[in-house]
Design a protein around this ligand. Structure first.
Ligand SMILES: Nc1ncnc2c1ncn2[C@@H]1O[C@H](COP(=O)(O)OP(=O)(O)OP(=O)(O)O)[C@@H](O)[C@H]1O
Ligand SMILES: [Mg+2]
Length: 287
């Protein structure tokens, strides 16, 4: 795989939402309170994400995307509403239950440093993924085989990584290592929250390309969070549009983008020049 333009980004890779629901929510709400003031960051959202789907959550800065992601991960408490995982109400009330939940749901952030403990050598980082999956007792050779496979999935050579720390790698290699971790962890659901911060076009394209390959090879459900409705259109099966804490519209990507009903979606779509034409990464990737 190159660090150039993505190869797998195409609307013809879209999946039908026929998989079983893996994560859903009813009336999910987050209210932050400070100095006696209430801020409803996420306001009674309903959603249903299905196995193998790639769903984008699109909204402007401050619309509540990251807050929702943190609630989905179980990092932020829910003020109201319920989340269902694999059809049953999620229970992460104890540390043990939370750890079990995290076997099924993982997140990546585009800052690779937030994805792993940089003070652990790469070998330990990767071995830890196998331990988390309950594969700690596998013979050493088998573990090495799985780790080597994960590295080659992201075009890294394990032999060149062994005995190094993540910070000794280039930025692009660190990002690929982050995807190798997910390849080893094989969660059922992957959350990818794209921050506003600048990331160069090539790295961004590489990450997207690898996320799509991951979905196509493992059937992982991916929730991709972005400001960029044009990008969401080209990679997603389904899109949820978020405005001031609410989902104002959702549906199949074609339906939401080609026949938007909410004024907010129409505005977002109108802000993207030539959304219906083939995506040109060389000009559209900047922010
Ligand atoms: N820990 C917190 N305490 C208080 N308010 C918070 C906290 N985290 C987020 N908020 C508020 O919740 C609202 C939604 O923020 P959030 O980070 O979810 O938005 P976002 O859609 O992810 O934005 P961006 O695209 O800029 O990342 C904002 O008004 C924000 O100020
Ligand atoms: Mg955010």
């Amino acid at each position: 795989m190159s660090e150039q333009a993505p190869t797998a980004l195409a609307s013809d890779l879209r999946q039908d939402a026929t998989g079983i629901p893996v994560l859903s929510g009813k009336g999910v709400t987050k209210v932050f309170e400070s100095g006696g003031k209430k801020n409803v960051a996420v306001d009674h959202v309903d959603f249903e994400f299905r196995q193998g789907e790639l769903v984008s959550i699109v909204g402007e800065s401050g619309s509540g995307k990251t807050t929702l992601v943190k609630m989905l991960l179980g990092l932020t408490a829910i003020s109201e509403g319920d989340i269902y995982y694999m059809g049953t109400k999620r229970d992460i009330s104890t540390r043990g239950k939370k750890k079990e939940y995290w076997k099924g749901i993982q997140a990546i952030f585009q800052d690779p440093f937030s994805s792993y403990n940089i003070f652990h050598k790469i070998d330990a980082v990767l071995l830890d993924c196998l331990n988390m999956r309950g594969l700690g007792k596998l013979p050493k050779e088998k573990k090495l085989e799985l780790i080597t496979e994960a590295c080659s999935f992201v075009n890294l050579k394990y032999a060149e990584l062994t005995n190094k720390y993540p910070f000794e790698l280039s930025g692009g290699q660190q990002q690929r290592l982050m995807i190798a971790r997910i390849f080893l962890l094989k969660p059922r659901i992957l959350l990818a929250d794209e921050p506003t911060s600048m990331i160069d076009a090539c790295s961004r394209a590489t990450i997207l390309d690898m996320l799509l390959n991951l979905r196509n090879e493992t059937g992982m459900m991916i929730i991709f969070v972005t400001h960029d409705i044009g990008l969401a259109y080209y990679i997603s099966d389904a899109i949820y549009i978020m405005e001031r804490g609410k989902f104002v519209e959702h549906g199949k990507a074609d339906q939401v983008i080609l026949t938007p009903t909410a004024d907010y979606t129409k505005r977002l779509v109108n802000d993207v020049p030539k959304i219906h034409q083939p995506w040109d990464f060389s000009v559209n990737f900047g922010k």
